[in-house]
Design a protein around this ligand. Structure first.
Ligand SMILES: NC(=O)C1=CN([C@@H]2O[C@H](COP(=O)(O)OP(=O)(O)OC[C@H]3O[C@@H](n4cnc5c(N)ncnc54)[C@H](OP(=O)(O)O)[C@@H]3O)[C@@H](O)[C@H]2O)C=CC1
Ligand SMILES: O=C(O)C(=O)[C@@H](O)[C@H](O)C(=O)CO
Length: 279
């Protein structure tokens, strides 16, 4: 399946859907990423925190597909926000992956209470100048964090990767990203396979379009201008999750899915203003 692309604000292209790799690990993880690649995935999302950088790099090599066809993303852990540490970590991550550059490198969480994310952003800017990353962006940034790095460095991220699924639709932050010409990626786009997929609105649409519930939710993301990165280690799910470019939901149906949103809809209550990373 050939996945279409979108244009980033720095002129590079990014696939409209990618593979998340949180909890894909080890030898079996290599096979799981490889099956996704063989199925057409080119955007592969990893992070130092996932312990999957090595296996994602290995799957790329085993695929035999030229490096240039991939769009590889990794993320900077919070404990490396100091400028010098960040630059070293980016190089260490590239070594773990066995790659010479990242297509996209993100600050994983802003950690505003620690308050070093502007330093980290300066390191990403330098890494881009050095050719270690083609594009640079952020994850879990709120508008005030975006404005701070843009004002202090003059460089706008290409992507803000944030939690989005039908229980947490992020209407306001989507608009804020758009206003700044930043594309939005959705993490946990399927709500980690929770009860979202059993909601009647979703199951009715699944019947109407003869698409499964995951495909309905992923199509909803794409039509909202969002790039979802569903994780799946299951070959059938991987295949189904990219088969979403041959049908369209109506704007009423998009609104109906939006209405599933809850004020406390985050999966794990990970508020970027308070969330501390796990190591
Ligand atoms: N920047 C950040 O802070 C964060 C980034 N992420 C990134 O986002 C990615 C995706 O988020 P994640 O939290 O993994 O959750 P997802 O919403 O992608 O859900 C993954 C779960 O859904 C199941 N699943 C996948 N496809 C289907 C389908 N078609 N039908 C039913 N179930 C399905 C998977 O099971 P199975 O494997 O069996 O298919 C798995 O249990 C991560 O892997 C990671 O790369 C995640 C969290 C935070
Ligand atoms: O998966 C990620 O990218 C994270 O940032 C983690 O916080 C993850 O969401 C998690 O829930 C760890 O418990």
């Amino acid at each position: 399946m050939k996945i279409p692309n979108r244009l980033l604000n720095d002129g590079h292209l990014i696939p409209k859907i990618g593979l998340g790799t949180y909890q894909i690990r080890g030898g079996q993880g290599i096979d799981q990423v490889l099956s996704a690649i063989q199925d057409g995935y080119r955007l592969l999302d990893t992070s130092t925190n996932y312990d999957s950088e090595g296996i994602v790099g290995e799957a790329i090599r085993r695929s035999g597909i030229p490096r240039s066809e991939f769009f590889v993303t990794s993320k900077l852990p919070g404990k490396y926000h100091h400028y010098d540490d960040a630059l070293l970590m980016i190089q260490e991550s590239l070594c773990r992956m066995g790659l010479e550059y990242f297509d996209l490198y993100l600050i994983h969480w802003p950690l505003p209470k620690i308050g070093l994310y502007v330093q980290a952003w300066r390191a990403l800017i330098t890494a881009k100048k050095l050719g270690l990353c083609r594009s640079i962006g952020v994850s879990n940034f709120e508008p005030e964090h975006l404005d701070k790095i843009i004002t202090e460095t003059g460089v706008t991220p290409v992507i803000n990767q944030i939690e989005i699924h039908p229980y947490w639709i992020q209407k306001k932050l989507l608009r804020e990203n758009e206003k700044r010409n930043i594309l939005t990626e959705a993490w946990s786009p399927l709500g980690r396979g929770n009860s979202i997929l059993q909601e009647k609105i979703i199951t009715d649409l699944s019947e109407k379009y003869q698409k499964n519930v995951g495909q309905i939710v992923l199509r909803w993301h794409v039509q909202r201008g969002v790039i979802p990165i569903p994780k799946s280690s299951n070959l059938n799910h991987q295949r189904e999750n990219t088969d979403i470019f041959d049908f369209s939901l109506t704007s009423k149906e998009i609104d109906a899915i939006n209405s599933l949103s809850k004020p406390t809809g985050r999966i794990d209550n990970q508020d970027p203003n308070n969330y501390e990373e796990f190591d």
